[in-house]
Design a protein. Structure first.
Length: 252
């Protein structure tokens, strides 16, 4: 399989993967481009065509980590004991039809932006775990492997991430409860296409912490959110970006 064919078949898949890690469209475009350029340079390392998606994901993930390390020092150290303990509290729910939140087509992009904006406010390890498991459908064993931690610690990260997201949306999201005031400044900053507002959005450094709000697990919130972030619309990079990257690949 040649790199042009790989790019055409997998660019949307990797872009969505990068978008859920970075939570910024421009950063996702940059990392996706770097992923395919690096893939082209190391194409001889691809031994099985069935492993293309996993191979590209691995390249993309390590490029993302490299980018985060260059931006600022990243603390990957966690209290493994606490994470293992939190992992035992991880609760799975089955979404029944009557629990599903039906979202109109015209607000799907708004929904997508809200979740990405909030996920940016998780700690880096929580963001990685939540994005890959709940927003991208990968299993907890995969996350534990890429983060080089135990499965129990990965479960703990997922538990904390879910509780943080749940606690925020339970009190703020009008999609969950119509009486909630929807005045999310993080979404306003995230959704703006102007360069100045994009820079402002990147300055959001306050982290979500469900413990500060004394939030406790609520199954009805989890069910609705699970449906929402499990059905996020697939995003596509701009056509101009696609053609530019294709030209770069074809030149080589």
């Amino acid at each position: 399989m040649d790199i042009t064919t790989i790019f055409k078949n997998y660019h949307t898949y990797i872009y969505n993967y990068a978008l859920k890690l970075t939570c910024h469209p421009q950063d996702a475009q940059d990392i996706t481009q770097e992923t395919f350029v690096k893939a082209w340079k190391s194409l001889d390392m691809l031994k099985e065509e069935d492993a293309v998606a996993t191979w590209l994901r691995t390249i993309c993930f390590h490029l993302f980590l490299d980018k985060k390390r260059k931006e600022k020092p990243v603390d990957f150290l966690e209290d493994m004991g606490s994470l293992e303990q939190d992992g035992t509290l991880l609760t799975e729910v089955s979404v029944l039809p009557e629990d599903e939140v039906i979202v109109a087509e015209e607000i799907k992009n708004l929904q997508n932006g809200c979740f990405l904006a909030m996920v940016r406010r998780l700690s880096l390890n929580q963001r990685i775990t939540f994005s890959l498991v709940d927003m991208f459908g990968l299993n907890i064993e995969y996350v534990a492997d890429v983060l080089e931690i135990s499965k129990g610690a990965a479960k703990g990260l997922l538990y904390r991430a879910r509780m943080n997201i749940d606690s925020f949306f339970a009190d703020h999201c009008a999609i969950l409860y119509e009486k909630n005031p929807c005045s999310c400044q993080a979404w306003i900053a995230f959704s703006s296409k102007r360069a100045g507002m994009q820079k402002q959005a990147k300055k959001l450094v306050n982290k979500l912490d469900y413990k500060e709000k004394n939030y406790v697990y609520r199954e009805e919130v989890r069910k609705k959110l699970k449906y929402l972030y499990g059905n996020m619309p697939e995003q596509k990079p701009p056509e101009e970006w696609y053609q530019n990257v294709l030209k770069i690949i074809e030149k080589n």
